[in-house]
Design a protein around this ligand. Sequence first.
Ligand code: HEM
Length: 280
Amino acid sequence: MLSNVSDGLNLRKAMPRKSVAEMLLTEDDEGLTPHDIKTILGGLMSGGFETVFSTAIITIGMLATTAGQAIQERAYADILSAYSSPEEAFQRAVDEEKIPYIMGLVKEALRFYPPLKLLPARQTYKEFTYQGTTIPKGVLLYINAQAANRDKAVYGPDADQFRPERWTEKTSFVVPPPYHFAFGAGARMCTAVNFSNKTLYAMFLRLIVAFKITESSSSAPPNTHYIQYKRDAAASNAIASDFEVKFTPRDAQTLERCFESSQSMSADESVDGSGEALRR
Ligand code: HEM
């Protein structure tokens, strides 16, 4: 990866802004070694190791419940009215976010099940007054994202319900960006908001257009309670307890065609044995 970035530097000279990797490689005042750079870049990526995955898993669990069936059907109907075929929707899901209801599903999943319940602490750098209380300099402040995301004064009296339509309906509870605190807020907010939203959108759209997701007949239904769903209550990142659900293809032939077109789209993006991306 480092050599790819180095090789690309000449091509990108005209660009006014540098990527983080580019700055690390060209401005070596700090005496960073390649090992340091790899560690820093690994750290930047590590924010995404479990967050996207854990949000996707608990949302699949929610979709499988009785309440989730209505969400799937509404999303499926909206997909079919926006695209000429399920295959087209499947294919375009990675390029565009066209279905407001699925964008609402992504927001609602992150609002209801923020992977990091307590955001990384902030330290006050000067004394200030908040609602009549003086907050001294040097105090550590923690935001409880889970509690903030369920504030009825902000999200309405149904804040404790999982309702993707809250993001598409016209109500008096219009929540401005960043919509919820799953990604944090302010200058140190998650750097991968767009990437994560797009990934979750594509994932949910593709799953819903291809499958009906239901609870399996086994004895392991999903626990979708907003606190109790965590496998490890003490873990900083909320991963759902194990559960089983059933994926039934809506139409086996359509699914086959979706897989084929998806495979042919990604065929020229294969990786070699070292994990280095090959040219398109
Ligand atoms: C659903 C997906 C994700 C969620 C919910 C999430 C959540 C968060 C949260 C809560 C923070 C702390 C923000 C704050 O202190 O205000 C954060 C920071 C960060 N995240 Fe994410 N994240 C997600 C995906 C990703 C991915 C995919 C990556 C990288 C590929 C990533 C990279 C980072 C980095 C580098 C930071 C540190 C930003 C800084 O300190 O300035 N995150 N994320």
